[in-house]
Unconditional design. Structure first.
Length: 319
């Protein structure tokens, strides 16, 4: 098992520690919040369960759920959806391919819902879920070693795919599933509710120290967040962390810009990987001084720096 294979697990200890000092970040975990009539948000318990956030929209004839979660995350949320409505759950939208957003697909399917995603999610699964596609053990098998819920289920890739957008509209509610390009992964999808100006972002935008950068590209990520910002959302429902206003999207983008600017300065100055590794804390403290983006610093900060450094053509850091 390596750190890249289970994006959320390396954050576990840090997040538990962080929550002791910043209880407001965790205040709404596992609680259903109505964002607008027929629109719900549920902040998952990432600290203890590794769960992602979920959302759901109650249409006249069915329920569309945002994010597949882990199997145990789906099992946590399904009774809560059924308490809120008796409409059948018909679609579960994976915002991307990671386990905490897509491994619950089989559970959704058993509850009547078809997994939906951007076509890039299936491509990413073909790349990383080699066990499912007839090759050597991949991420699912790695994760199953440490998660009973995954071991007891099976990978179900999304079967309803879109390239640019997919629209659900019954006249009362409209949800547009959109893809703006590479960000957290190569298949990130957003769910946009133009009437209420609510944006569900998956992990392309999180609210707290939850960024995993290993499967994405930080330069493209900044552009994708700018495209999302142009929708002018009023409410951001992130992939992890509490719901917020449009500032969450701005802060997430500014964190990556600050990170990239810092690393680029070192690259332009001709620093060696060892020099950069030694200087990481300076950049961390500089970013920490900016109140608006300090909350994005977490246990993965060194990995964030190294990812940007290698994207800019630098060699991996010495061990
Ligand atoms: Zn993710």
């Amino acid at each position: 098992m390596n750190a890249l294979s289970i994006p959320c697990i390396p954050l576990f200890i840090f997040i538990v520690a962080t929550s002791l000092f910043a209880p407001h970040l965790r205040a709404e975990v596992n609680k259903v919040e109505q964002v607008a009539p027929g629109v719900y948000f549920h902040e998952g318990d990432i600290g203890r369960k590794g769960h992602c956030n979920n959302g759901w929209i109650v249409f006249d004839d069915y329920v569309l759920v945002i994010d597949g979660n882990f199997p145990s995350g789906a099992q946590e949320v399904i009774p809560k959806i059924k308490t809120a409505t008796d409409k059948p759950i018909r679609f579960a939208f994976d915002t991307h391919h990671h386990g905490d957003h897509a491994y619950g697909n089989q559970v959704w399917l058993e509850n009547g819902a078809t997994p939906v995603a951007h076509a890039g999610v299936l491509e990413e699964m073909k790349k990383y879920e080699t066990g499912h596609f007839g090759g050597k053990a991949g991420r699912w098998e790695d994760t199953a070693k440490n998660r009973k819920d995954v071991a007891a289920s099976k990978l179900k890739p999304p079967t309803l795919l879109f390239n640019k957008d997919l629209i659900f509209d019954d006249g009362r509610h409209r949800v547009e599933l959109l893809h703006f390009g590479v960000a957290h992964t190569h298949g990130d999808g957003f769910a946009w509710l133009p009437k209420e100006r609510i944006l569900f972002t998956g992990d392309a935008c999180v609210n707290g120290p939850y960024n995993f950068m290993g499967d994405g590209d930080s330069g493209e990520w900044v552009k994708t967040l700018e495209a999302a910002r142009k929708l002018q959302p009023k409410v951001i429902c992130p992939g992890h962390g509490p719901m917020g206003g449009p500032e969450v999207l701005v802060d997430q983008r500014n964190y990556f810009i600050a990170l990239r600017d810092g690393v680029k300065t070192w690259k332009d100055a001709g620093k060696s990987p060892a020099d950069v590794k030694a200087a990481i804390n300076d950049l961390k403290e500089k970013i920490r001084k900016d109140d608006k983006i300090a909350r994005y610093i977490g246990g993965s900060f060194n990995a964030h720096v190294e990812k940007v450094w290698t994207e800019l053509g630098g060699e991996a850091f010495p061990k």
